[in-house]
Design a protein around this ligand. Sequence first.
Ligand code: ZN
Length: 313
Amino acid sequence: MRAAIGVDLGGTKIAAGLVGDDGGVIARASAPTPAQQGPAAVLGVVADLARGLVESAPGGVRPVGVGVGSAGVIAPGIGTVVSATDALPGWAGTRVRDELVLALGLPVGVVNDVHAHALGESNAGAGAGHGTVLMIAAGTGVGGALVVDGRVHTGRLGVSGHFGHLPVPEAGDRACSCGRSGHLEAVASGPAICADYRVRSGDATVVDGREVVRRAEAGDADAEASLVFAGTALGRVVGGLVNALDPDVVIVGGGLAAAGELWWSAMRRADAAERMAVLADTPLVTARLGGDAAIIGAASLVLFDQPDVQEQP
Ligand SMILES: [Zn+2]
């Protein structure tokens, strides 16, 4: 069986898997990201994890390359980090693809981690069998991707899919993580829900969106209002994107997909209200692969001859 190593490279953890061409994860390995030690140390851990999985691959399983879904904006075609957050100091400018080709002697493909997540869900998860897949992930941030015929639309600079930075009326003039204001992420991300709840309830002891979800489940009216507010804003953008892109299916994932029925129903209601009548029956489904999505999607870069794979240094 052909297989590839898929790597999900985040600011705190690097998760890798040996993925078969049927999309199944055959073996896994992970390690903390040595972010403070710099890019060379981070790439060293990625290479070690990949080597370990290649060497321990079961008989009959043939790893043909390594796909990486990396935090940060990744330049299409060259696999270099264009920009990254403070979670990975010095990461911007790192030639991830070329360095890993040198270290491993295998073909390497690199995309942004959100793009990898969407590729996984599209090709082997909730979007399998569909041509045009719109993925939206809401959690610490809000983002996603458009995948067409198994390939992610990266855009000119690799930035495509920043749906959290679409304007929504709910956001008013609230400050967004991008430095602008009035964007979806400023009301619909986990941290935004937490901030909204603090204002509504006057309780500043709450530190994350998960706690707001727990309080909503316990019947806290302010927590419920924050989740409905966030879900409504997200649904509005989902409906707008369906109008703009006419996908075959919409997948919603990320940490907030576990926020419960109140959030889901608010999101679905707002989505339905925004859609043009002809698009009313475009299905909206929940992501299926959980934490494996980015690993499987990254592996699909090399398994299915995607662009952006470098064979030789
Ligand atoms: Zn923004």
